[in-house]
Design a protein around this ligand. Structure first.
Ligand SMILES: Cc1cc2nc3c(=O)[nH]c(=O)nc-3n(C[C@H](O)[C@H](O)[C@H](O)COP(=O)(O)OP(=O)(O)OC[C@H]3O[C@@H](n4cnc5c(N)ncnc54)[C@H](O)[C@@H]3O)c2cc1C
Length: 484
């Protein structure tokens, strides 16, 4: 089969790799003019305006790492050789965890630390090395070619139309065009029924800056927190490859004042120095490698359904990655779900490649079963975070309404789960398995042992000293510490 892949980001590269290794010919069309870099640092300067999030912190979760280790041991080895490092559960535990015993399942719980540009460069290099993959870069796809739909039939896509006026024919078109994918419009233009879309604002704006350790300096010990949620501000620090790291701050969309302030690099750095988890990283051991602060707003949760009322809106075309679903970057799931969806697509191709309608339905079933629950869980979590942020901004107590069941859940989270994670390896492991998409979204509550441990910690809440603060408790206090 000749497969066209529209977009050369994580899901496009994942699609190209898996399909090529299944024996298909693949043409990747990437709109960004991206000649291959020759080092991780050159890749960091890549012009990737089609995927501006590459200039933001990225965590690569164990779900993605597991797929790489299982199916692409060679690519994984190249990532490590280019400076990516593994973060294994059990290493760097806080000293307050005293009962940790490594379990066989902990071998799955490995995250990868590297810059997003390094990750993408190594994947691209591996795809280029596959004899069956051809890249067309610097020209975008502008529409679809399709056989006219007969009565009662849906359009069948037979290729793509490029911005330079040329066309490419393919047996299957995989659309990996990211969060701004125009697939819905392209489908409308060939007469397909409308794609069903669900959109929900994550309610946050992202601010990131990258740094490199000075010669002879090392990362601070990683046994403490690597981020925090102050309600009015969320933040984290991310280890990169080749002595780099990045800091990300996230404000509520509605907080215009903080948004304006944090876009200034001097204020950004000073803010990071006021936060417990990031302060040691900005104590003079590193210099910024991005002059400006990268800002990204308009971060939406979005799910697009290409099977509506039990029928595909078109055949011969399958979307993957952010073109199907976007989630809040704070959860670090996007590259995992992008790569995962590419593999669900390829599994469906392997089973139903000769039946376009069965292929579309089988892929949709797999997406719904495996990935949709994570999308839904993220949307619910964001709704709660927006409520808390709005209350704090208005000067209200987000826990003021004791009759609201969410108040109780927040208390269990704050005074049960968080302290239990600092002292109980069983709870910490369960939390990390969920965070890394290795368990179901409800696994923390559905596991009776874990729930009992969390509730025991919650019941003991009045016998413990207050939890250490992760930064200024009040927004006004932080503002008073920032340069004018
Ligand atoms: C601020 C931010 C931080 C994030 N942090 C994390 C994180 O920590 N961990 C994580 O796993 N995920 C994170 N994500 C999510 C992650 O970046 C995305 O989920 C992931 O990039 C999706 O991959 P993709 O290939 O589907 O899309 P993209 O990587 O966006 O790639 C789409 C590609 O398609 C190309 N393209 C678009 N239209 C056309 C066209 N018409 N013709 C040809 N080419 C086209 C674009 O140029 C681009 O290269 C973050 C996202 C954001 C916004």
């Amino acid at each position: 089969m000749h497969v066209l892949v529209v977009g050369g980001g994580v899901s496009g590269l994942g699609s190209a790799l898996v399909l090529a290794r299944q024996g298909h010919q693949v043409t990747v069309v990437e709109r960004d003019d991206t000649p291959m870099p020759s080092s991780a640092d050159e890749a960091f300067d890549w012009d990737r305006r089609g995927a501006p999030q590459v200039r933001h912190s990225h965590a690569f979760l164990a779900r993605l790492v597991g797929l790489l280790r299982r199916d692409y041991a060679d690519v994984y080895a190249e990532l490590l050789a280019e400076g990516a490092t593994e973060m294994r559960f059990g290493d760097d535990l806080p000293p307050t965890i005293v009962d940790f015993q490594r379990l066989p399942e902990d071998d799955e719980l490995v995250m990868l630390a590297c810059r997003r540009t390094t990750f993408e460069w190594v994947l691209r290099r591996a795809a280029v090395a596959e004899g069956r993959v051809t890249f067309r870069t610097g020209v975008g796809v502008e529409g679809l070619l399709a056989q006219p739909a007969g009565p009662g039939a849906v359009p069948h896509v037979t290729g793509v139309r490029l911005a330079d006026g040329t066309t490419i024919a393919g047996d299957l078109t995989v659309v990996a065009a990211g969060r701004r994918s125009a697939l819905s419009e392209w489908l409308a233009a060939i007469g397909a029924a409308p794609v069903a879309e669900e959109v929900d604002d994550t309610g946050i704006v992202y601010f990131s800056r990258f740094y490199r350790l000075l010669p002879g300096q090392d990362y601070p010990p990683r046994t403490g927190p690597i981020g925090g949620d102050l309600g009015y501000l969320k933040y984290g620090v991310f280890v990169g490859d080749n002595h780099t790291f990045s800091v990300t701050l996230a404000t509520p969309t509605v907080d215009g004042e903080l948004r304006k302030l944090l876009a200034d690099p001097v204020v950004f750095d000073e803010c990071a120095r006021q936060l417990v988890a990031t302060a040691p990283w900005l104590d003079g051991r590193a210099l910024p490698i991005t002059e400006e602060v990268h800002v990204m707003a308009g971060l939406l949760n979005r799910w697009r359904d290409h099977v509506v009322a039990g029928a595909p809106v078109a055949t011969g075309v399958l979307p993957v990655g952010d073109a199907v679903l976007c989630t809040n970057p704070l959860y670090g799931r996007g590259c995992s779900t992008a790569f995962w969806s590419a593999h669900l697509m390829a599994d469906a191709v392997a089973r139903h490649g000769d039946d376009p309608s069965a292929l579309a339905l089988a892929y949709d079933d797999a997406l719904r079963a495996e990935i949709f629950p994570w999308y839904r869980a993220g949307v619910d979590q964001d709704a709660e975070a927006r409520r808390v942020a709005a209350a704090l901004l208005a000067g209200d107590d987000p826990d003021g309404d004791t009759s609201d069941p969410r108040t109780f859940m927040r208390s269990v989270f704050r005074d049960g789960l968080l302290p239990a994670m600092r002292s109980d390896a069983v709870v910490l492991r369960a939390f990390f398995r969920g965070l890394n998409l290795l368990a179901t979204p409800d696994s923390l509550v559905s596991d009776a042992d874990v729930s009992a441990r969390v509730l025991a910690a919650w019941q003991d809440r009045d016998n413990r000293p207050p939890e250490p603060a992760l930064g200024p408790k009040r927004r006004a206090e932080l503002l008073s510490l920032l340069p004018a």
